[in-house]
Ligand binder design. Structure first.
Ligand SMILES: *[C@@H]1O[C@H](CO)[C@@H](O)[C@H](O)[C@H]1NC(C)=O
Ligand SMILES: *[C@@H]1O[C@H](CO)[C@@H](O)[C@H](O)[C@H]1NC(C)=O
Ligand SMILES: *[C@@H]1O[C@H](CO)[C@@H](O)[C@H](O)[C@H]1NC(C)=O
Ligand SMILES: *[C@@H]1O[C@H](CO)[C@@H](O)[C@H](O)[C@H]1NC(C)=O
Ligand SMILES: *[C@@H]1O[C@H](CO)[C@@H](O)[C@H](O)[C@H]1NC(C)=O
Ligand SMILES: *[C@@H]1O[C@H](CO)[C@@H](O)[C@H](O)[C@H]1NC(C)=O
Ligand SMILES: *[C@@H]1O[C@H](CO)[C@@H](O)[C@H](O)[C@H]1NC(C)=O
Ligand SMILES: CC(=O)N[C@H]1CO[C@H](CO)[C@@H](O)[C@@H]1O
Length: 645
């Protein structure tokens, strides 16, 4: 598996070098090694020179002749060179320090959509040895109170566009915190500060494991958790990814994913900074605006997450209003980089938009490792990682896929030995990463001020007494050809007829049906049945719906043919126990997603198929081999125990 320990030590590099002479070195290994070795050595050099702070990367680029006039940032109609951005950052830093009393080691809350100001403020906090806490701008009320409180920030700077989300109840619940909207007038005040470089002392003495920033996990259930992103993690992820993708100074990296999340912040922004390239962004994602912005900024690399590519695929082609030309392939994008691209979208996306390379990675914000695959063909379509034998030799020590107990949602322990068992090749299991048992913190910094959540991610005595491993909560399969596939999130897999059903794998099959634009699969409780029955919530192509002209806002109704062919399709593609017994047709935009376009399941799951809770949506169930309407009478029959599924 192509796994990148975020703190590989020099001895590991030496080991790698030794293996590099061996005959069995595969091409993918070489590609990865070319990225890893300089990253590791670069990290050691930074530590040695007391320069772990990413501010120094901006400074180097801004004060070197060959790069100072290169464009660093593009946003809307504005562009800043490295030198201009550096000048602005120094002024903002001095404002934070002198006018707001922010000190070395403090946290500053930033509640922003993607803007140039947001980027400058992140760099400005680093410039004075402080760290930003990146708040999800969409949060309001209790979740926002919780996130700000957890961060311990005394100052929260707010984007004027989202100021409405910081309501009076938030301000009064957090009496000691100052919320300040960054109006154009306030920005003028910041810009009027002197452009003096804050002293090195403010940034000196920080260690690899110290916090660069706080990023909140989107927390599909419960309140967000504040993951500590260390300097080592930020720099290693950034440096490894730019080397692996081959990002160079002429590249323009474009993202519309929110910068408060690690994907855009680390794999987008920090990546571009490490490469010394140009970073372009949009305020937020919009299906209709995406390609126009890509063209406007001359982007060469685009970033996607989750269902982003599916949304882009489902949109009609953009036609040039003047020439009538189809603009789908009119761009300079050479690579799409991200995570969560489903196999059913992979090829269609590449073909329609003419994109040569898809680079898919897997990793969690708070995780300690990641896996990578860059693909120009479809051999590994849908795989999140691929590696050669070299990696397997070195990293089977560091990585394990273990059998899971789906009742307790924990890795299963052998009743006799008390230890966990590695899943056989090709079988799904939870992905674990080894941690140094005596010094967990050096590799996994955990959640800020949240011992309990932190310790839940660490498992001890897994294969032997005293060892320690990081739990990803993700179920993966690692096949005999060394391809790694994402199977499911733990907790999403459900039990039916004594079998374990992976929702992600079922969704992949359903998603391949031509009528399906988007699909979300989950298990629902049905009266008088053990376990959970599969339910697929789908958004269908308009051409597969009964046209009900005149009637506004009616629930979409699939045609009989569509429903029939969906039943045939799932029966062909899935084992009997995994068939979605229920089909819920939702209107476009009806499937909830996070700010990074990742699907959410919990609401759908709790609504189940009770007609009182599914609203206007039409629900079907599989009877005698085909989908038929499911209604109140059927629900009553189920409740009365008259139906066996
Ligand atoms: C990351 O790359 C930059 C630019 O090549 C380099 O200056 C820096 O030392 C590297 N940092 C780490 C931690 O590898
Ligand atoms: C928060 O602000 C954004 C941007 O104005 C808006 O789209 C969103 O609906 C707001 N959220 C709430 C819960 O009001
Ligand atoms: C903030 O956190 C502190 C310490 O965990 C807690 O005592 C306090 O109740 C929290 N305040 C709010 C408003 O949630
Ligand atoms: C994009 O490229 C075109 C053609 O070379 C050029 O005219 C335009 O100025 C470029 N736009 C930006 C934002 O660099
Ligand atoms: C399903 O998961 C349970 C609990 O982890 C396990 O005991 C059982 O063997 C699994 N069943 C199959 C068919 O894999
Ligand atoms: C933002 O909040 C609004 C209101 O709570 C919600 O409808 C919307 O889905 C949220 N958007 C994102 C991207 O989280
Ligand atoms: C299924 O087929 C059987 C036999 O043809 C029939 O008796 C039964 O009513 C059918 N069930 C449904 C739900 O259509
Ligand atoms: C980096 C990496 O592992 N890339 C591989 C991803 O998968 C494709 C197809 O198998 C390979 O060609 C890449 O080398």
């Amino acid at each position: 598996m192509a796994s990148i320990p975020l703190q590989v030590t020099i001895p590991a590099v030496a080991a790698v070098a030794a293996y590099a002479n061996a005959r069995f070195l595969a091409y993918y290994d070489l590609e990865l090694l070319r990225a890893i070795v300089p990253t590791v050595l670069g990290g050691a050099w930074k530590r040695y020179r007391d320069r772990v702070n990413l501010f120094y990367q901006l400074e180097n680029l801004a004060t070197t002749k060959s790069s100072e006039n290169r464009v660093f940032l593009r946003f809307e109609d504005r562009a800043y060179t490295y030198a201009q951005a550096y000048d602005t950052v120094l002024r903002y830093a001095n404002w934070l320090k002198d006018r707001r009393g922010v000190k070395r080691g403090d946290l500053v809350g930033l509640d922003f959509q993607n803007t140039d100001t947001f980027i400058f403020l992140v760099l400005a906090t680093w410039a004075i040895g402080a760290s930003p806490a990146l708040l999800n701008y969409n949060l309001t009320g209790n979740p926002l109170i919780h996130c700000v409180n957890k961060s311990t920030a005394r100052l929260v700077l707010v984007d004027p566009v989202v100021a409405g989300n910081v309501s009076e109840d938030v301000r009064s619940a957090l009496g000691g915190v100052i919320f300040e909207v960054v109006t154009p007038a306030l920005e003028q005040e910041m810009l009027a500060m002197d452009s003096v470089r804050p002293a090195d002392e403010l940034r000196s003495g920080f260690k690899d494991k110290d916090m660069a920033m706080l990023i909140y996990t989107s927390g599909t259930t419960g309140l967000p958790k504040a993951a500590i992103i260390s300097w080592a993690k930020a720099a290693t992820v950034a440096n490894f990814t730019f080397r692996w993708l081959g990002t160079n100074v002429n590249d323009v990296y474009y993202t519309a994913m929110p910068l408060y999340h690690s994907t855009a912040m680390l794999l987008g922004f920090a990546h571009t900074l490490a490469a010394g390239a140009t970073f372009a962004m949009s305020r937020k994602f919009s299906t209709s605006g995406f390609w126009n912005d890509v063209r406007k900024h001359n982007a060469t690399i685009i970033q996607y997450v989750g269902e982003t590519c599916r949304y882009l695929l489902s949109a009609p082609p953009i036609i040039d209003p003047v020439t009538g030309e189809d603009l789908d392939r009119k761009h300079r994008v050479r690579a799409a980089f991200g995570n969560g691209l489903r196999p059913d979208v992979w090829n269609r996306f590449k073909e329609r938009f003419g994109i040569e390379t898809i680079a898919e990675f897997y990793g969690a914000t708070e995780g300690t490792f990641a896996t990578w695959n860059k693909s120009r063909n479809d051999f590994s379509m849908g795989a999140v990682g691929r590696s050669g034998s070299l990696y397997n030799v070195i990293f089977t020590r560091e990585v394990a896929i273990v059998e899971v107990d789906h009742e307790t949602e924990l890795p299963r322990r052998d009743p006799k030995t008390g230890f966990c068992t590695r899943a056989p090749r090709g079988e799904p299991g939870e992905l674990l990463f080894r941690l140094p048992p005596g010094d967990i913190n050096s590799r996994f910094q955990g959640y800020y001020g949240d011992e309990e959540s932190t310790s839940k991610k660490v498992m001890r005595d897994v294969f032997s007494k005293g060892d320690a491993w990081f739990r990803t909560g993700d179920v993966l399969r690692w096949d005999n050809e060394n391809r790694v596939y994402f199977s499911d999130r733990i907790g999403d897999t459900f039990r039916w007829k004594s079998e374990n059903v992976s929702t992600a794998e079922v969704a992949q099959v359903v998603g391949l049906h031509p009528a399906v634009l988007e699909c979300n699969v989950y298990g629902v409780q049905v009266p008088s049945h053990e376990g959970r029955a599969g339910c697929a919530a789908v958004v269908l192509k308009p051409s597969c719906l009964v046209q009900t002209s005149g009637e506004a806002a009616r629930a979409p109704r699939p045609t009989d043919d569509t429903v029939k062919s969906l039943a045939e399709h799932v029966k062909r593609g899935l084992p009997k126990y995994a068939l979605p017994l229920f089909l819920r047709v939702v209107p476009e935009g009806g499937l909830q997603a996070t700010g990074t376009n990742k699907q959410q399941k919990h609401n759908l799951r709790s609504e189940g198929v009770d007609p009182a809770r599914t609203g206007e949506d039409e629900v079907f169930w599989l009877r005698n081999g085909t989908y038929v309407k499911f209604g109140v009478a059927d629900w009553k029959e189920l409740n009365a125990g008259n139906v066996k599924l």
